[in-house]
Write a protein that binds this ligand. Sequence first.
Ligand code: GLN
Length: 488
Amino acid sequence: MSIPTLSQIAHGLSTGHFSSEEITCDLLADIVAKDKQYNSFITITKTLALVQARAADQRRSQGRAAPLTGVPIAHKDIFCTRGIRTSCASRMLDNFVPPYESTVSQRLLDAGSVCLGKTNLDEFAMGSSNETSYYGVVNNPWDLDAVPGGSSGGSTVAVAAGLVPGATGTDTGGSIRQPASFCGVTGIKPTYGRVSRFGIIAYASSLDQAGPIARTAEDVALMLNVMAGFDQQDSTSVDRAVDDYCAQLEQPLKGLKIGLPKEYFGPGLDDGVAQCILSAVQDYERLGAQILDISLSKLPLSIAAYYVIASAEASSNLSRYDGVRYGYRCDQPTGLLDMYCRSRAEGFGTEVKRRIMVGTYALSEGYFDAYYRKAQCIRRLIKNEFEHALAQVDVIMGPVTPTPAFNQGSKTVNPVGMYLEDIYTLSANLAGIPAMSVPAGFVSGRPVGLQIMGNYFAEAQLLQIAHQYQKVTDWHLQIPPHSSQECA
Ligand code: GLN
């Protein structure tokens, strides 16, 4: 029993083994029959998917197919999709149908991919467990009592369970890597500015970055080839040529210098997770890499700095939801102020309100210097430290999270406990460097991801490093007990 990878599906389409319409129908039937147990989709776009699949088959028959033509995927419900409800998992946007398309989804559409639907996430991408969604918790196919991680939990679960071979995600502080680690799939957060943010509902604009999630590094490379690139509509998009992310995959790793920061292996790291990471590092030594001990001493400051900056930006970004132009509006407001207050009070969930309040506080007069400015200074120190480290080594490796997936409800009462989960992922966003999660083992039946961080625009190298590992291991090919294959 196996779940086909995105590359295998692309291959099957190109050799005529099956049509896009056939595979699309199969996967849609699976989603309808099996997603009840995961809750990974918010919206299933059946009619649209079939129209797109037929168009893809026609394009192929005319000899105009690209690598992703006819390949079914799903989008995190944070990417605006024209004419398709885009909720960001919030009551605030439950009725929002965007009149325009995000650049990422447009590029994937132009490449001929087929959109099966929009996946669940933490409300406005704020969370590490996918428990803050207005549409309910997402269940991890490795253990239905465990969280899938967040915020891109719907996308990672849909991929892990075999409902879709690839999906988009966004990562502001770990939201691609952490759920990828918890669900045993592969995901990359590219360099800030590599993938356009146009049409992605903003959480923290200086940290948000979109990336692909799939089962293998090769699949992720195929998707990133389409997603990456300059976009005039995003002023932070970088005008720089895009590498072919598949070109370097087969190159050997001899001479690669890997840095292991001692702070990533300190107190708080689960023993089983540490074992998985160290054994992955040994695999890399066998593949010809050289391991060096390094230090990233600012790691402990990343949580405080991140949660000040991200909340500050969120409080500003979310001020647009006021019940006036679009989104949720309360019933029968008695006046303008009542409409603002009740629309926001009723439209946002608890975690989102907490972030808005923290952010507004940190930005207010008298506190700006004490919190926001200080957090920005720490951010610069973190960036400097990465630059210094990456001048000595090619990449940095460590765990993605301190523990494997935790049980649902176990961290919801203590928000700070939940924030601590992000300790190993936040720094890459603060520095803007690319980072990925690659399946590297299991602890008590729950997956563990290896984090690989690299220099600015080194995505091709990260994917090569992940691919070479996946050629000698099969963690990424394991099938969850509650997958679409197992319950067939
Ligand atoms: N867990 C982090 C947060 O809640 C990161 C979320 C994300 O990357 N979108 O902010």
